[in-house]
Design a protein around this ligand. Structure first.
Ligand code: FNR
Length: 183
């Protein structure tokens, strides 16, 4: 079984990023297990926690869970032309202590979304920059920039835009092939 972590860069209840993540989780084939890994309870990273052996329990839970994952799919909005701080914090927490990064070598993919036309391009590429350093091979094509995202779902939360659904399926298919190369 290949375990894929779904990490969402928004904490809000009605998050469109989460809706997209829930939707694409259903597109993975047999043999893939999708798991949402929550990042909202992680205290802001402070190196003293690790240096002074006072690691918050939530860090340990998160790190252990992520160590057991084979791949990571990030679905994120854009905040001020970058990705949200909560997601950067999760990257930082998972990257330490030095030499024990939970990210190292894990294949990744990114879906960015925005309620406007710009589709989270800035968030997507700032995140990519971090993943390079974290040694995460990251799916290059297709790129997933989802624009006008509030218009994709109906009032029950169902994704009703067929073109987007088709595109997201092709994105997942490419990611599955990509993961197979690395696992
Ligand atoms: C935004 N939003 C936004 N959108 C965008 O396209 N580019 C941006 O730089 C920003 N900046 C930004 C900053 C902050 C602090 C907030 C709260 C929002 C709008 C954002 O795309 C929209 O709120 C999304 O719906 C957020 O994603 P979730 O929470 O629905 O997943």
């Amino acid at each position: 079984m290949t375990k894929v972590a779904l990490i969402v860069g928004s904490l809000r209840k009605a998050s469109i990023s989460r809706k997209i993540a829930e939707h694409v989780a259903n597109y993975f084939p047999e043999g893939f297990q999708m798991e949402f890994v929550e990042i909202g309870e992680l205290p802001i990273y402070n190196q003293d926690y690790d240096d002074d052996n006072q690691v918050p329990e939530s860090y340990t839970t998160f790190r252990e869970k992520m160590q057991g994952m084979d791949a990571v799919l990030f679905v994120t909005p854009e905040y001020n032309r970058s990705f949200p701080a909560v997601l950067k914090n999760a990257l930082d927490v998972g990257s330490r202590p030095y030499g024990a990064s939970v990210w190292d070598g894990k294949p990744a993919a990114i879906i960015s979304q925005s309620i406007g036309n710009l589709s989270g391009f800035g968030a997507n590429h700032h995140l990519r920059q971090c993943l390079v350093f974290l040694n995460m091979p990251t799916l290059a094509q297709p790129e997933a920039y989802i624009a006008n995202s509030a218009q994709l779902f109906d009032s029950s939360g169902k994704l009703t835009n067929e073109d987007t659904a088709k595109f997201l399926q092709s994105f997942v298919d490419a990611f599955v092939e990509f993961i197979r190369k690395y696992t």
